[in-house]
Every structure is written in structure tokens, then in C-alpha cells.
Design a protein around this ligand. Structure first.
Ligand code: IMP
Ligand code: MG
Length: 183
């Protein structure tokens, strides 16, 4: 879906689809280099990371095993609750695996720091994070994020996998949702 379709609901496109693809190519090179000699398990966090996972994994030259988890921290609102529930666990055994968590966005960072600890506690050999987007508050939490696509302002954004109330996920770029849409 192109931005003009929802022009009345989006105040500004902050990252275009083209910019995302260019950045994904750069990230893929770095991830290739890191995991050249390792058997990596990419772990997409449903549903927001679906687009990023699909494009990033295809941009990689190395072979990866792809798995998914669904966790809930938000409900249908726009503020993180900090309470994380596993809605769908990954299928693979975590023990001894090199895991690369693929995330759409880091806002409070609460979901991710919980997830990293959870995977380490289950015996992962290594856990790294690649996130397409990062908001300013993410620096407050003690979380080592290896790769970031773009640092963005503290606004509620949608597109390229990110939703509000399950809408806008198939927007090609990332845009700021007009507050009147959700308030
Ligand atoms: P955190 O725990 O506050 O870092 O938020 C984690 C999750 O909340 C992300 O993986 C997203 O799925 C969702 N989220 C955070 N900010 C936004 C946003 O601006 N738009 C849509 N979803 C968001
Ligand atoms: Mg997410």
C-alpha cells in the first residue's frame, strides 16, 4: 500500500520504502560477516517484524533458520505495559543456538530486554538484536542492541509491519500516525 492511500491519516512519512531497502542491504552485509561461520537462528517477533524479517533474510548471503515468537506487551493501546506474555513460542530448541532477534521497533525496550533474558536463561549460545527502528526512550533501558536501522522521533508510527489496531501494516514506508486517528 502506497502512502497516498492513507494520506489523510498519516502526517508524515519519516522513512520511505526505498530508504528501508537501502538500509537493509547495509545491515545484511554486517550480519553476513558476523555469522559467516555460525549456524544462526533468526527469530522474528510477530507480527510487527514480518516485513523486516522477510526482506532482511532475503538480503543475506548466509543460510539461516527462521523462527517466530509472538509476545504481547501492548494490547490495543499505544503505550507499553511492561508485562510480557508469550502468545506463541519458537519451534526450535534454544539450547546452544546463536539467535538473532529481528524486531520492528524498540520503544521502551521492555519487551526486548525481557526476551533477551528469557532466551539466555534457556541456554542460547548468543543472543543479538537487529531492530529496524529505535525511539529515544530505548536508551533508558540496559539493553545491548547490535544493529539499528533508523533512529526516529518519539512519535507513534505505522507501516512496514507496524500497526495501530491491526491497520497500516502493509504500508510500504514508515509514517507518523495522526493523533486524531487513535485519540
Ligand atoms: P517496547 O516494549 O516499548 O520497546 O515496545 C515493543 C513493541 O511495541 C514493538 O515491538 C512494537 O510492536 C510496539 N510498538 C512500539 N512503538 C510502536 C509504534 O510507534 N508503532 C507501532 N507499534 C509500536
Ligand atoms: Mg514488535
Amino acid at each position: 500500500m502506497q502512502p497516498q492511500t492513507v494520506a489523510n491519516e498519516i502526517s508524515e512519512i519519516i522513512v520511505t520504502g526505498e530508504q528501508i531497502q537501502a538500509r537493509i542491504a547495509e545491515l545484511a552485509k554486517e550480519i553476513d560477516a558476523e555469522y559467516r561461520d555460525k549456524n544462526v537462528l533468526t527469530l522474528g517477533v510477530l507480527k510487527g517484524a514480518v516485513m523486516f524479517m522477510a526482506d532482511l533474510s532475503r538480503a543475506l548471503e548466509i543460510q539461516v533458520q527462521m523462527d517466530w515468537m509472538a509476545v504481547s506487551s501492548y494490547g490495543s493501546g499505544t503505550v507499553s505495559s511492561g508485562v510480557v506474555r508469550i502468545l506463541k513460542d519458537l519451534d526450535a530448541d534454544v539450547m546452544g543456538r546463536h539467535i538473532l532477534i529481528v524486531e520492528d521497533i524498540i520503544d521502551s525496550g521492555l519487551t526486548l530486554s525481557w526476551l533477551v533474558q528469557n532466551l539466555e536463561a534457556r541456554g542460547a549460545a548468543s543472543v543479538e538484536v537487529v531492530a529496524l527502528l529505535r525511539k529515544p526512550d530505548a536508551v533508558k533501558v540496559d539493553l545491548d542492541v547490535r544493529w539499528i536501522g533508523f533512529d526516529i522521533p518519539n512519535e507513534f508510527v505505522v507501516g512496514f509491519g507496524l500497526d495501530w489496531n491491526e491497520r497500516y501494516r502493509n504500508l510500504t514506508g514508515v509514517g507518523i500516525l495522526k493523533p486524531e486517528v487513535y485519540s
